[in-house]
Design a protein around this ligand. Sequence first.
Ligand code: SF4
Ligand code: FES
Length: 280
Amino acid sequence: MIAHAEPSSKPTSFEVRILRQSGPGEPGRWERHRVNYEPQLNVISVLQKIAAQATTVDGESTTPVAWDCNCLEEVCGACTMLVNGKTRQACSALVDRLLEEDPSGFELRPMSKFPVIRDLMVNRSRLFQALKRVHAWIEVEGYHEAGAGPRISPQEQQRAYPLSECMSCGCCLEACPQYNNVQGETNKAARSTDRTEYRSAAEYGTAVHTELRDAIRKQEEPNLRPEVSLLKTLQETGELPREDRTNYGKKGSIRVDVLENTETGTVCVYDIKTGKVNLT
Ligand code: SF4
Ligand code: FES
């Protein structure tokens, strides 16, 4: 039962349902907490209040919920979790807005595409490894005197700068429902392809890509299409694209390994790499 404060329409308290997990691979369990309403709370400050209470809604003592955060201003991505089923940063999830949607409270879960370390804290290290592999940063940054520094071509700057803007939050992986499926098929394709049988990394890469393409085709998932060729954008080519899809190898086209059109309208692009270090 929710008690309402007068004359405001805000509740005097609200419930927070949290999916907890005591460690990697452990089963999840739901825990309910009641928190007194205050204006301008965000989800992180609610978690701090819950840690201080250390008691569930049923009056049982409990351990503090584990979560990750750092910048508290939607810059580092560390606090990303599922708030009412939507992936977002907890530090910018305002309780007043959440209570407008549902005055009884809200639900918190860890992201589902990363291994859970504990409660709402997940291991995003594979994101960082992938960014390291594609060298997703610009070499010289900051205002300090660092000498002449390495020369970077304008083309290289254009490639690296958008990548360097990624804050490694993981939202994009969470928003692509087929991510685990495509990653699983990629791993299978890599395991069933013996690198030593190929004369070059390029030949090995083609073999893995072919294996993945066939596996995705076999699934006959209407939202998932392997090896789609798209025309590059106006920004990239300086020409207006004349059609949405095109043939492989056509001038100005780009090949996408797997394309997913989700129910929400999000388009997910899966690009597998078989290069220097590992398969991603
Ligand atoms: S690219 Fe993905 S991981 Fe990087 S900031 Fe955007 S949503 Fe987050
Ligand atoms: S704490 Fe950095 S984005 Fe939320």
